[in-house]
Design a protein around this ligand. Structure first.
Ligand code: ADP
Ligand code: 5GP
Length: 212
């Protein structure tokens, strides 16, 4: 077990990577993190990358959703046109891909993105929806499966509103999907409640560190 300290590291510049002070031999692991939209997955993972000593790195997914203000191509996502996305799909470039909010946009994990990072010994974190997560687990059964839960359903509505990125229609669709996703949480090996952010980040780190 690593004695890690809950202190943001001032020298961390790339927010998509942890410090990686612990070197783990061999090919890196796949860590799937799922949970309903607005539960705080992104926020929690940023925190975990700050405090973990493991060689964690976020996988950058491809999507047809347009960038939100402040999002940059290649950082939060690879933003593709539907044509570009479906060409990659035809070419078999995706480890998994789905239309996440039905009738909405496509999201997918690129083989190249995950494999190049694993080959470099990184533990690659995939923040993806449940259908994508279960598809990854089928393909790579030794993936670490972590589901992030809200304390209760009302919290989701509040957090989505607080983030301020969704129209009322999009928030409604996301909440419906959230309820369906919560029913599949039992398929994940680990479940973490994101109530107090620091406690949830610590719990997630403990799960990962116990795998060394
Ligand atoms: P997700 O990635 O799951 O869609 P976000 O990380 O964007 O969710 O978080 C949604 C909103 O909830 C953001 O405004 C974020 O600041 C807030 N949030 C996340 N975790 C917590 C927490 N533990 N306590 C309070 N607010 C939180
Ligand atoms: P957002 O539009 O808020 O960034 O993401 C919406 C949803 O898409 C989230 O639940 C997120 O986990 C999921 N998602 C992001 N990337 C991928 C991916 O590559 N594959 C799948 N299946 N879902 C993804």
């Amino acid at each position: 077990m690593i004695d890690s300290v809950f202190q943001p590291c001032q020298s961390a510049t790339d927010q998509s990577q942890g410090h990686g002070r612990v070197v783990v031999n061999g090919k890196g692991r796949i860590i799937v993190v799922s949970g309903p939209s607005g539960v705080g997955k992104g926020t929690l993972l940023r925190e975990v990358l700050q405090i973990s000593e493991l060689p964690l790195v976020l996988s950058v997914s491809a999507t047809t959703r347009p960038p939100r203000p402040g999002e940059t191509n290649g950082v939060e996502y690879y933003f593709l046109t539907p044509d570009e996305f479906h060409q990659k799909r035809k070419n078999g470039e995706f480890l998994e891909c789905f239309e996440v909010f039905h009738g909405g946009h496509w999201y997918g994990t690129l083989h190249q993105e995950v494999e190049s990072k694993r080959d470099a010994g990184k533990w690659v974190v995939l923040e993806i929806d449940v259908q994508g997560g279960l598809a990854v687990q089928e393909r790579f059964p030794d993936s670490v499966m972590i589901f992030i839960r809200p304390k209760d359903r009302d919290v989701l509505k509040e957090r989505l509103a607080q983030r301020g990125t969704e129209s009322p229609e999009s928030a409604e669709i996301r909440l419906k999907q959230a309820i369906a996703e919560l029913d599949l949480a039992e398929r994940y090996t680990h479940q973490v409640v994101n109530d107090d952010l620091a406690a949830a980040a610590r719990e997630l780190c403990d799960i990962l560190e116990s795998l060394i």
